[in-house]
Every structure is written in structure tokens, then in C-alpha cells.
Design a protein around this ligand. Sequence first.
Ligand code: SF4
Ligand code: SF4
Length: 66
Amino acid sequence: MAKNWYPIINTELCTNCGTCVQFCPHNVFESDHQHPLVVRPENCVEFCRGCAKACPMEAITYFGDQ
Ligand code: SF4
Ligand code: SF4
């Protein structure tokens, strides 16, 4: 599991729809009032982009990308 790859949420774009929280099978996110929190970045799978593809607002990028 990755410590050098995890999602970063652009809080200005995020509408807190919850899609990423429901999508990720590794419990990287937890819901919060403003926007999801990346609470377990170490659980993120290196080079997975699933939550970014699922996000309707294109609000997710990755630490470790490029
Ligand atoms: S990149 Fe994949 S493993 Fe990482 S938080 Fe998103 S869906 Fe979960
Ligand atoms: S899927 Fe995108 S818009 Fe929806 S809560 Fe996650 S980051 Fe925010």
C-alpha cells in the first residue's frame, strides 16, 4: 500500500457528493461536513485513479502524480 500516492481533494471544486467515499474499497476517505477527508492515505493503492474517475467534479488529483 502506498505512502507516496494518495488523493488530494480540491475543496473549491468538491460538492461533497460522497461518490469518492462510497467508491473507494480501501477506506481511504471519511465523510465530513464540508468535504471528504483523506484519513487513511496509507491504504491508497499506488497508481489507482478510481476515485478521480468517479468524481463528477474532477476535484481529485494525486500526491505522487507525475
Ligand atoms: S485512488 Fe483508489 S485506492 Fe486510492 S483513494 Fe482513490 S479509489 Fe481509493
Ligand atoms: S466525488 Fe468529488 S465532488 Fe464528490 S465528494 Fe468526492 S471529491 Fe467531492
